[in-house]
Every structure is written in C-alpha cells, then in structure tokens.
Design a protein around this ligand. Structure first.
Ligand code: NAP
Length: 243
C-alpha cells in the first residue's frame, strides 16, 4: 500500500454524495484534492474547507465534465494551482427517470455524455501527465446496473457498462506505465441521486438497508493506494449482485 502524501487527486462531482466522501477519504489518506462540481459551489467550498482542516490542500473547480473545452480549461487550472493529477476519480454522473419504452433520443445522448463521455474526456486530459510521471490511478465510478440492468433504465445501465469496457481498455494499455485503472460499481447508496432522483425504497435492498457513501469511498481509497490491482470492477452493493 502506497501512502498518498504528495499526490494530487481530482474527483469529478466532488461536491456531494459519493464524490464528496471520496474527496474526504483521499484527503485523510494524505492526498491534496481538486474538487470538481457543476452547480453547487457552496457544497464544493464546504468540502474544501473540511479537507483544509486535515492539513491538506483542496480547491473547487467548476466545469461541466461532459464538455471537452470545459474539461481542458479545468485541467489547466488544476495543474496551474495544484500540480499534475496523479489520482483521477471519474465520479460525476446523473440518473434520469424515463418510462423504459419511451426514452427520448436526447435523454440517451445526455446520459452518455455526462456518465460516459465525461470519463473519457477527463481521462484523456490527465493521462499524458501520469505517463510522464510513470504513476497514476484512475478509478471509474460505474454502477451495479452495468451487470444487472439496475433500477434506472437500459440507457443508464449502458452508460455504466461502457465505463467498464473503457476501464479494461485503458488498464491494458497502461499496464507497464505505473498506472492502474479500475472501476467501483455501487448500488443503492444513500445520496441525493438515490433519494431525490430515484426514490429508492431502502427496504428493497437485499441487505435491508442502503449503503453509505463511506462504504464506497473506502474502496476508492484502497484502489488509489494499491499498485497491483488493475482492470478490475469492485461491486459495493449489499449482496444485490454476487460475483
Ligand atoms: P449525486 O448525489 O446526484 O451527486 C452527483 C455529483 O455529480 C454532484 O457533485 C454534481 O455536481 C456532479 N455532476 C453532475 N453532473 C455533472 C457534470 N456534467 N459535470 C460535473 N459534475 C457533475 O450522485 P451520487 O449518488 O453521489 O452518484 C455519484 C456517482 O455514483 C454517479 O456516477 C452515479 O451514477 C454513481 N452511482 C450512484 C449510485 C447511488 O445509489 N447513489 C449507485 C450506483 C452508481 P453539483 O453538486 O454541482 O450538481
């Protein structure tokens, strides 16, 4: 296990939910953290203050990570203010409810852009620096839906399954370069997405409760510290899907 002191992490969608827990977990493990957000600047600033309380650096960076020019602007700003990104957590994502047989084409495009293309854009932007430094960790927050179909819909499951293919592709290409690429696939975690967007019934989970954001972030921190696990998907799902 490698200590994360001196490493710079970037968490997309770090203002709340699973991303926020990843920011705090990585900072507790020693990393400085760039906190990306889309709209909730108040929450992004609040999580940065908590990180500074641990004696680590953290700054908020606004960007729509589904847009290449915003991603390139954000990565430029992170590099200028904090240094090159060593640990990337591709976490930003959305879930929209549509009747499964009436998904609008723009709904499909939006989910693919925000959940899948964003991870490609940010990965492409940080990989040259990781390759030059011969060290990097990329952790993609997929979903149990990639394996089971899930509770949102086929469009969401497809975006999250796409992340797994992307994980395998980048992992196999970076094997010899000190870079690991893995996915974490949660299901039914207590966040605004699960409660407000999806109205999940906690009793519907096999284990009888929803997962906590910390139960996801501790896996992300483990993957950031481990140099031998690559190309894997770790399910954090309370027994919803067994592998
Ligand atoms: P959440 O509570 O809704 O938080 C979403 C985060 O993503 C927020 O920080 C939001 O920023 C950010 N975001 C959304 N669109 C963005 C964009 N275009 N550019 C930059 N940031 C953007 O979601 P969550 O439940 O924590 O989910 C986090 C990830 O885990 C997602 O990829 C989700 O699909 C996945 N996941 C969640 C569950 C679950 O049960 N919760 C299960 C499986 C997988 P603002 O705060 O600025 O809006």
């Amino acid at each position: 296990m490698i200590p994360l002191e001196g490493k710079i992490a970037l968490v997309t969608g770090g203002s709340r939910g699973i991303g926020r827990a990843c920011v705090l977990g990585l900072a507790r493990a020693g990393a400085d953290v760039a906190v990306n957000y889309l709209i909730r600047q108040d929450l992004a600033k609040e999580v940065c203050s908590l990180v500074q309380g641990y004696g680590r650096r953290a700054f908020p960076f606004q960007a729509d990570v589904s847009n290449s020019s915003e991603v390139n602007r954000m990565i430029g700003a992170v590099e200028e203010r904090m240094g090159g990104v060593d640990i990337l957590v591709n976490n930003a994502g959305i879930a929209r409810r549509y009747p499964w047989d009436q998904v609008p084409e723009e709904g499909w495009d939006e989910i693919m852009r925000v959940n899948l293309k964003s991870a490609f854009l940010v990965t492409q932007a940080v990989l040259p620096g990781m390759r030059a430094r011969k060290w990097g960790r990329i952790i993609n927050i997929s979903s149990g839906a990639a394996a089971t179909g899930g509770v949102v819909g086929p469009y969401y499951a497809a975006s999250k399954a796409g992340m797994l293919g992307m994980t395998h592709g980048y992992a196999s290409l970076t094997l010899k370069e000190g870079i690991t690429v893995n996915a974490v696939a949660p299901s039914l975690i207590e966040t605004e997405m699960a409660h407000r967007d999806l109205r999940v019934d906690p009793k519907s989970t096999p284990i009888g409760r929803m997962g906590t954001v910390e139960e996801v972030s501790e896996v992300v921190v483990m993957l950031a510290r481990n140099g031998y696990i690559t190309g894997q998907t770790i399910f954090v799902n309370g027994g919803r899907h067994m592998t």
